[in-house]
Ligand binder design. Structure first.
Ligand SMILES: NC(=O)C1=CN([C@@H]2O[C@H](COP(=O)(O)OP(=O)(O)OC[C@H]3O[C@@H](n4cnc5c(N)ncnc54)[C@H](O)[C@@H]3O)[C@@H](O)[C@H]2O)C=CC1
Ligand SMILES: CC(C)CCC[C@@H](C)[C@H]1CC[C@H]2[C@@H]3[C@H](O)CC4=CC(=O)CC[C@]4(C)[C@H]3CC[C@]12C
Length: 422
């Protein structure tokens, strides 16, 4: 018999600890929470519940994976997902500029988790981390659309860093490289053309000016062009790129910022973008799951998948950026006021330009950057949604989390992390 036990008292943090127990006393699965994170403690990794694993545990543990940026928002989910769903793993290397303390808890399982503090812009550090790895999942990147970092630094990390990863694979004989690209590689373009429920083959005029999409487009191109290069030992490198739309879920910093802003304004947010503008969103757990599947299938289906791009998608509804956020912030007590934008668009354009000007004038002293600038306004105000089944056709992807589950997890996370802010 399986029992679920929840422990909660007033002084304990939210969410409560949930335990799944078999008829004996052994705890099979434990869900814990703390103020900083809402996390599923992967007891599967500790060998307690192998039958939960979907991937078939009869194969020997022999593979070494490297996840760059493994302590970021997406990277952490990829790391946890691999430990849960990749039974062939022997060692998981987590490479990041800033290592998270949560890595410690993962070091007790049967998979060796190796934390590597390193910088992708340093070729020798990357090569040392890649040496001996079978698969590299390269998620590390500078995600800055707010002008906090210089264009040179964004280029260095996103483009030079990716080049370093490719060269390290070639030098050390690593054959499989999965790159986290972005929808931004396609658009929205600077002309504001809508991309409505498009797929990987939909024609679109991709024109970039902003350093972030420019860097992601260049890096993706490098990764795809590297497909087929001979690595040390003579075998061909197999690469592919995943293009998430706007990712949401546990750990999403911008969602947290919107929530804080709403709390500061007495629980209200004001509509800035028309509800008719659709924005593509995808749950972080499903993006992580796609990475795990691609990494697993790349060897078997190298001819089909090598050099390919895949949008990341799931069953999240098509909505405007703000209406979509309200799916989570609404249940946390916030309200989005207005069925139409509060301010006329021309005024937003003016404010965005003013923000950009102030940022430029105060450079480099400005420590925080406003969310509204000409680029973010253009992205938020242009329809960009995907509708595709390429990942399903090529490697059998189906979202691991339903929309309801993704929504519930995200709401719980917002409540957990911000409960103390009220
Ligand atoms: N957040 C989003 O909505 C989307 C993100 N992406 C891509 O997904 C990837 C991950 O993004 P997020 O998790 O959102 O960002 P994040 O900022 O949370 O994670 C990036 C990680 O890379 C690490 N990193 C940065 N510079 C580094 C360096 N020089 N050397 C080593 N590590 C470094 C950071 O410390 C961080 O842990 C990025 O490549 C991003 O371009 C793509 C589409 C959407
Ligand atoms: C106050 C404004 C009118 C609204 C601001 C919202 C913006 C901050 C965000 C709207 C769209 C977001 C981007 C989009 O989801 C695509 C992205 C893909 C990435 O690879 C990185 C992040 C981002 C550029 C994301 C950033 C925030 C928005 C611009």
């Amino acid at each position: 018999m399986l029992t679920v036990a929840a422990s909660r008292n007033r002084s304990a943090p939210w969410p409560p600890a949930l335990s799944l127990r078999a008829s004996g006393q052994q705890t099979l699965l434990r869900v814990t929470g703390d103020w900083g994170r809402w996390q599923l403690a992967t007891q599967v990794n500790q060998g307690l519940f192998p039958q939960l694993d979907m991937a078939g545990s009869e194969q020997a543990q022999k593979l070494v994976y490297l996840v760059t940026g493994g302590c970021g928002f997406l990277g952490e989910h990829v790391v946890r997902m691999l430990l849960q769903h990749e039974p062939r793993l022997r060692e998981l290397r987590v490479f990041d500029l800033h290592l998270g303390p949560w890595l410690e808890e993962l070091k007790t399982g049967p998979v060796q988790v190796t934390a590597i503090q390193g910088d992708v812009t340093q070729a020798h550090e990357v090569a040392a981390a890649v040496a001996g790895a079978h698969v590299v999942i390269h998620t590390a990147g500078l995600v800055d659309v707010f002008g906090r970092t210089s264009p040179e630094t964004i280029h260095k990390v996103n483009v030079q860093g990716t080049q370093n990863v490719i060269e390290a694979c070639v030098q050390t004989g690593t054959r499989f490289l999965v790159y986290t690209s972005s929808m931004e590689v396609v658009g929205p373009n600077i002309k504001g053309h809508p991309f409505y429920r498009g797929n990987e083959d939909t024609p679109y005029e991709a024109v970039h000016k902003h350093p972030y999409p420019c860097s992601k487009a260049l890096a993706e191109q490098l990764v795809l062009e590297a497909n087929g290069r001979k690595v040390c030992g003579g075998l061909p490198l197999v690469t592919c790129a995943l293009r998430p739309t706007g990712i949401y879920g546990e750990g999403h910093q911008i969602m947290r910022d919107f929530y804080r802003q709403g709390l500061r304004m007495g629980g209200r947010l004001f509509r800035a973008i028309p509800a008719s503008v659709e924005h593509g969103r995808v749950y972080v757990g499903n993006v992580a799951w796609m990475h795990v599947l691609v990494a697993r299938e790349l060897e078997r289906r190298a001819a089909l998948m090598g050099g390919q791009v895949y949008f990341c998608y799931d069953h999240s509804p098509y909505k405007s950026y703000e209406d979509f956020n309200m799916e989570f912030l609404g249940p946390c007590g916030l309200q989005l006021l207005g069925t139409r934008p509060l301010l006329p668009y021309w005024l937003l354009v003016l404010l965005a330009a003013l923000n950009a000007l102030l940022q430029w004038l105060l450079r480099p002293r400005l420590l925080s950057a406003p969310m509204l600038n000409p680029y973010t306004l253009a992205v938020a105000n242009t329809t960009f949604t995907v509708s595709t089944d390429k990942a399903q056709r090529h490697f059998g992807y189906k979202p691991l989390f339903s929309w309801e589950e993704s929504r519930t997890r995200t709401i719980l996370w917002v409540q957990t992390t911000e409960g103390s802010a009220r």
